[in-house]
Design a protein around this ligand. Structure first.
Ligand SMILES: Nc1ncnc2c1ncn2[C@@H]1O[C@H](COP(=O)(O)OP(=O)(O)OP(=O)(O)O)[C@@H](O)[C@H]1O
Length: 393
């Protein structure tokens, strides 16, 4: 048996999906014949496992027919493209961002933006490529807290370049609006804004995008969860019972939206006196632990009330960066480490998956205009959401 016999026989093996055979393509190389043993390489251009399996099977059959008993085929192929995002299925409109963290709170004013800022800065200080998206369209405070409130993002074509401070890429509705102006948001506008923040902003290939949500559980949260797979949800709460009730709603929302829950941040947990550095109880301390247990999650940090945090927020000088030796900076760093460990765990277990929260209507069909319910549904004014999350208005 000669190399020519072998090549002739392998001309019967067509490359999957094509009419040409693997010899004509020039894929067969390094044929070594030793009695009834043969070794060869098939060097292909596809990284698909099915292609490799089919070629191995068909080539082995042909060589067995020629009389070879021991057939050793080495198939070389380009490496499969690296999966940038941890999305295993479902929708991801920003696949170059590896992980998304949703920071939510049941009610306003509990320190959600302050937490988002300091955790983002802490992760950047720990060497991660971090972005911070201010999706709190009702009260976009992030530009002030990050010291970029006087800057406008550069526009390239129809996209915007994020601002940058403390090693963190930043985008906020506040940076796109005139200071002091307000927008009246309908549900459908919120959905579109969230998608645009992900699609039309030139984010780098980030390790983590921290997203500061509006308070509560509404259209913004649903839209975000449907647009990208959220790797981790954090809820921020203060220790009082009234706030805890609302944080339960946030935790329940994570479960309903299939968002892995990283845990609770108990903010304003005790007070650190600026003169004597002692810690005292004001709103309560440690009250979030039972709530975390209820939802099978953890308290990832307790952040005391510290005037330096408020000053840092007001002056655009986050405490984590500007007072790295303070007790609160250390706690934010610890929260960031806990969050990163949680993200690693989620990814090791297969990554986040938002396929279960996609709109259920087929592509191109509006949930608002089809089905038996549509005829009896109340008429909607232009631009009003039907509340199904279909984004059809
Ligand atoms: N641990 C803390 N110690 C001292 N001040 C704090 C602390 N956490 C937050 N603050 C201050 O409380 C105020 C409200 O915080 P922040 O804006 O972060 O809350 P929020 O939950 O994002 O509010 P909103 O829902 O209105 O966006 C800010 O002035 C902030 O500086």
């Amino acid at each position: 048996m000669t190399q020519e016999n072998v090549l002739e026989a392998l001309k019967n093996v067509t490359y999957p999906g094509f009419t040409k055979d693997i010899v004509t393509f020039g894929f067969v190389k390094d044929i070594v014949i030793n009695g009834d043993t043969i070794g060869l390489t098939i060097d292909i251009t596809s990284s698909a496992d099915e292609v490799k399996a089919q070629l191995r099977l068909e080539a082995t059959n042909e060589l067995n027919k020629l009389g070879f008993k021991d057939v050793n085929i080495n198939i070389t192929a380009p490496e499969a493209p690296k999966q940038m995002s941890n999305s295993v299925s479902g929708k991801n409109i920003a696949p170059h961002i590896k992980n998304f963290v949703m920071v939510s709170s049941g009610k306003g004013g509990v320190g959600k933006s302050t937490t988002s800022v300091n955790i983002a800065v802490a992760m950047a200080m720990q060497g991660k490529k971090v972005g911070l998206l201010d999706a709190d369209i009702y009260g976009p405070n992030i530009p002030r807290m990050m010291g970029v409130e006087d800057q406008k993002p550069e526009i390239q074509g129809n996209k915007a370049v994020p601002l940058k401070a403390y090693g963190v890429e930043i985008m906020s509705m506040g940076s796109l609006m005139e200071p002091g102006t307000s927008l009246i948001w309908r549900g459908s506008m919120i959905m579109k804004a969230i998608e645009q923040f992900l699609r039309d902003i030139l984010w780098s290939e980030l390790d983590v995008l921290v997203i500061d949500m509006p308070p509560g559980t509404g259209d913004a949260q649903l839209s975000l969860a449907q647009a990208v797979p959220i790797t981790a949800g954090i809820t921020v709460t203060t220790p009082q019972e009234v706030s805890l009730d609302d944080s339960r709603r946030s935790l329940d929302m994570f479960q309903k939206l299939h968002i892995p829950t990283a845990g609770i941040i108990e903010n304003m947990s005790g007070f650190i006196c600026p003169s004597c550095d002692t810690e005292s109880d004001i709103f309560g301390m440690g009250t979030t632990e039972p709530v975390a247990k209820e939802y099978d999650t953890n308290v990832i940090a307790r952040i005391p009330i510290e005037p330096a945090i408020r000053v840092g927020g007001d002056t655009g000088m986050p405490v984590t960066y500007h007072k790295p030796d303070s007790e609160t900076a250390k706690r934010y760093q610890e929260a960031a480490s806990n969050l990163l460990a949680f993200i690693d765990k989620v990814n090791a277990e297969g990554g986040a998956d938002n396929s279960a929260v996609q709109p259920t209507t087929p592509p191109g069909v509006s949930a608002c205009s089809t089905g038996a319910g549509a005829a009896s549904a109340p008429a909607k004014t232009e631009g009003e959401s039907c509340g199904t999350g279909c984004g059809c208005h």
